[in-house]
Design a protein around this ligand. Sequence first.
Ligand code: PLP
Length: 258
Amino acid sequence: MEFTLEEMRGHLAALEARIAEACKIAGRSRDSVKLVWVSKFHPAEAVENAISLGATDFGENRVQEAELKFSEPRKALNGERVRCHVIGPVQSNKLKKAAIVADCIHSIASIEAVEKLERVCAALPGNGAGASQGKILDILFQVNAGEEETKSGLDVHEAEAFLNGLAETNFPHLRFRGLMTIGKNTGVAEDSRECFAFLRGLQQKFLAKGGVFAHFDQLSMGMTGDLEVAIEEGSTMIRVGTALFGERDYSKPVNDPV
Ligand SMILES: *Cc1c(COP(=O)(O)O)cnc(C)c1O
């Protein structure tokens, strides 16, 4: 069952209280943490409700579902265009579609994906973000900082070498914005602190290098279960689904015709 608008309003208030408390503990301003509403497995109506509550950024982990909900531009309450974040692993043959629908892809983890994205973005219509031709796309690199076999992303021991390998590259349509990780899925938020702190160290190190890492100021980490720890460790984007939209019904994919 999807939440009603009033239920969502209550859940948002509770979530904002959690975020505010974590920001206070960390000595950070609320503005320094972006809330990405993870709408996967929830229908377009849930997205509409979220927008009426002030949502500006949404996360989807499957490209097809992102297209279904975000191909048509939507307007946020603040008048800006709603932004779509692709947060799940993208197969090579779906990278073009992901580049079209997304404002930011959080889950890049190979040089092949980077090269392909550059090619497809160069051929897309301009989005006014600086290039005269082609779309400028923000990307984050996913690191498997929790070192879990089931999780995708760069191997934690290879991430630094991978990033070093990008230092001399030139991908004019891609903006390397930072790093993303999924914390440890133990049910205990504290268990993720170490991997969040590791990610922050790596992000800061590369931001300081400048060059292709001049915009490397984003850390996408923290979900419903561990967002406080993520904020304390420097997250700039928390990706929250369950706390806003309720439990996902995996038996009913949104893009399956019923
Ligand atoms: C589903 C998902 C989330 C949201 O998780 P919740 O625990 O529901 O907040 C965040 N990040 C990624 C990559 C996801 O796939």
